[in-house]
Ligand binder design. Structure first.
Ligand code: ZN
Length: 67
């Protein structure tokens, strides 16, 4: 049995990287891309200066640039 491969998508709206679903779990947008550059992990968006600077308003995995 081959291991099940988890595909990730990047939301074009909020740049959240999420497991293959029909829509973004954060902003509910269905606009997604398979191509992105750079990733950051936000563990606590209230304490992360990078998160507030880039406008990420939730915890999770985010892309820096989405194509
Ligand atoms: Zn989103």
């Amino acid at each position: 049995m081959a291991p099940k491969q988890i595909k990730y998508k990047c939301c074009k709206n909020c740049k959240h990287i999420y497991k293959d679903k029909n829509q973004c779990p954060l902003c509910k947008s269905s606009q997604s891309s398979n191509i992105w550059r750079g990733e950051i992990f936000v563990f606590d968006q209230t304490k992360s200066q990078i998160a507030s600077k880039l406008g990420y308003n939730d915890n999770g995995r985010f892309a820096l640039k989405v194509k």
